[in-house]
Each structure stands twice: as C-alpha cells, then as structure tokens.
Design a protein around this ligand. Structure first.
Ligand SMILES: Nc1ncnc2c1ncn2[C@@H]1O[C@H](COP(=O)(O)OP(=O)(O)OP(=O)(O)O)[C@@H](O)[C@H]1O
Ligand SMILES: [Mg+2]
Length: 287
C-alpha cells in the first residue's frame, strides 16, 4: 500500500478490476481508534447530523459484511482463531463490504461513514507480529478516504469506558490470544498500548486527523463536524474557515500531548485495577 499522499477515492495500490473511479460521487469518512474509545457514539451523532443536512448516509464497520460477519463472530467464539486467519477473515469482510456496500453507495453519492477501516485490521495484525509489507499489499485495494479521524486516548482512559459500556473485558480486545498472561486486565493494558502505538505511527503515515478523545463527547463531535463540514460546498454549511495545514498541526499537537502524558504517567504508579470486571469469562464481542 503506497503511503505517499494520494487523492481521495483512488486505490492505495491495487486497483479492483471493473471499478471505474470516475463514477464515484460520494464521500468516504473513516472513524478510527482503539476499542471503547467512543467511535460508535460519534458515528451515531454524525449520521443524524449528516442526514439532517440532507445527505444519504451509509454507516458501516468492521465484521459487518453479509458474507463474513457471522463467520468471524463464530470463529471468535471458539477463541481459536490464529492471527493470519484472523487477518484474512477481516480482509474478506472488508472486500465484501467494499464491493457490495461502499462502492455502490459512493456511486450513488452517499456519505459513507465507516467505523474502523483497513487501519485497525492492519494494526491488530502488526500488534501480533505480522509483516507490515504483506499487510500493505493485502489492503492495497482499499480506497483512500476523504478523511480519517483518529480518536486518540491512552489505555488508562479506555478502561473506565470498557467497564461502563460492557462491564467486562472481552477476550479479543484484551489480546488474550497473545498469551501475555492469565489476567485479562493486564493483557488488555498491554495489548491496547501496543495497538495505540501502531495507530500513532499510522497517523503520521496515512494522514489521520487525530482528535483528543479524552474530551467530552460534545467537544469531539464539534471537532468532527468542523472537519467534515469542510468536505462539502460551503453554501450548505456554516463552517469557520481554517488556516491551511491546521488539521496537520492539530494532529501533531494531539500526538505531542499524548507523548507528554505517557511520559508523565510512566512515572506514576500503574493504574488501579478495575474491580471485578477483569474476572468475567471471555466473551467475543470486539468488532
Ligand atoms: N468522550 C467520551 N468521554 C467519556 N465516555 C465516553 C466518551 N465517548 C463515549 N464514551 C462512553 O464510552 C463507552 C464506549 O463508547 P462507544 O461504544 O461509543 O465506543 P466504541 O469505540 O464504539 O467501542 P467498541 O470498541 O466497543 O465498539 C460508552 O459507555 C460511552 O458512553
Ligand atoms: Mg462501537
């Protein structure tokens, strides 16, 4: 997958046969981020906001394809899915949604909002030691989105959201398959920290717009609306004009802030364990 700047709605590297890119009218907007960071919260808000503006919206996300979605859930219930098979399963899910949902929606002029994209697929595989170059080739048929918003938080910020949201840690989002140890909480912290590190690196490589996800849902939503509003003709939106390069500066600022927070938290004691939540049975709900 080429990482030099590419125009939206072109293929990263491998064109899909039979796809005429000039037919694509819509917008492709990606919300990325680690588990429980608040992606669904923002996608739901964005969807109704965009619909209120008169846009047709397709909202899609990982493991939701008609072809592979159920199969992925079943394979995960057994907790026996190996890393390569997992990657290929998710790539199949993505290919199915690209061909049968995303491309038709873009041809029809929809705004496609996607809760995670190939980046999460690649990050999970890289966190499990798979080859970056192989992954970039594998995901090369993906379309370059108009924008990738990266909801960024530290693991310590994710823990209360998992506990409040589901009340327990999930086998896969805790990376239990990586056998860091028997404690689900410890495993969650180690695995999610790895994922965040990989996503931070991708943020620079693939021009993510990083948003500080420790802000309130309202503040995050406001930032998303400001960015997404700019993708549409001004006459339809009241959008404050930003200086060129503002998004890039803001991403650098968010990543810098995160690095500083990390350095200071490393000095402090480890976060207290979430009581009870780590002791549940493995469940398989991670998308
Ligand atoms: N900005 C925020 N600040 C604090 N809590 C939040 C914020 N955004 C979402 N939450 C809460 O965090 C939990 C997880 O949110 P949400 O389901 O939107 O995340 P997600 O990224 O879609 O998670 P998953 O990886 O499980 O799909 C929910 O309880 C939600 O109310
Ligand atoms: Mg979600």
């Amino acid at each position: 997958m080429a990482t030099t700047p590419k125009s939206p709605l072109s293929f990263y590297s491998e064109p899909l046969l039979g796809v005429d890119l000039s037919e694509l009218q819509g917008k492709l907007i990606v919300i990325e981020g680690p588990d429980a960071v608040g992606r669904s919260t923002q996608v739901a808000r964005l969807r109704s906001w965009l619909e209120q503006q008169g846009h047709a919206v397709l909202d899609t996300g990982m493991a939701r394809s008609a072809l592979a979605g159920d199969g992925i859930q079943k394979a995960k219930e057994g907790n026996t899915l190996g890393p390569v098979t997992m990657t290929l399963f998710y790539a199949t899910d993505f290919a199915d949604r690209l061909e049968n949902e995303i491309l038709p929606a873009l041809r029809a002029g929809f705004v496609v909002l996607t809760d995670r994209y190939i980046f999460s697929l690649m990050a999970r595989a890289i966190a499990r030691g798979e080859d970056r170059v192989w992954l970039e080739k594998l995901a090369g048929f993906a379309l370059v989105p108009h924008a990738v918003y990266y909801l960024r938080a530290e693991v310590q910020d994710l823990v209360p959201r998992v506990v409040r949201g589901r009340g327990r840690f999930d086998f896969w989002e805790s990376g239990m398959d990586m056998r860091f140890g028997p404690d689900m909480y410890d495993s969650f912290v180690r695995y999610q920290a790895r994922l965040i590190k990989v996503l931070d690196r991708m943020a620079r490589q693939y021009d993510f717009v990083a948003i500080d996800a420790t802000q309130s849902p309202d503040a995050i939503f406001a930032e998303l609306k400001r960015g997404i509003g700019k993708l549409f003709p001004k006459s339809r939106y009241v959008v404050k004009t930003a200086k060129p390069g503002k998004a890039a500066k803001s991403t650098a600022k968010t990543l810098k802030k995160a690095a500083a927070a990390k350095a200071s938290s490393a000095k402090k004691k480890a976060a207290p364990k979430a009581t009870g939540a780590a002791n549940g049975q493995p469940i398989a709900t991670e998308a």
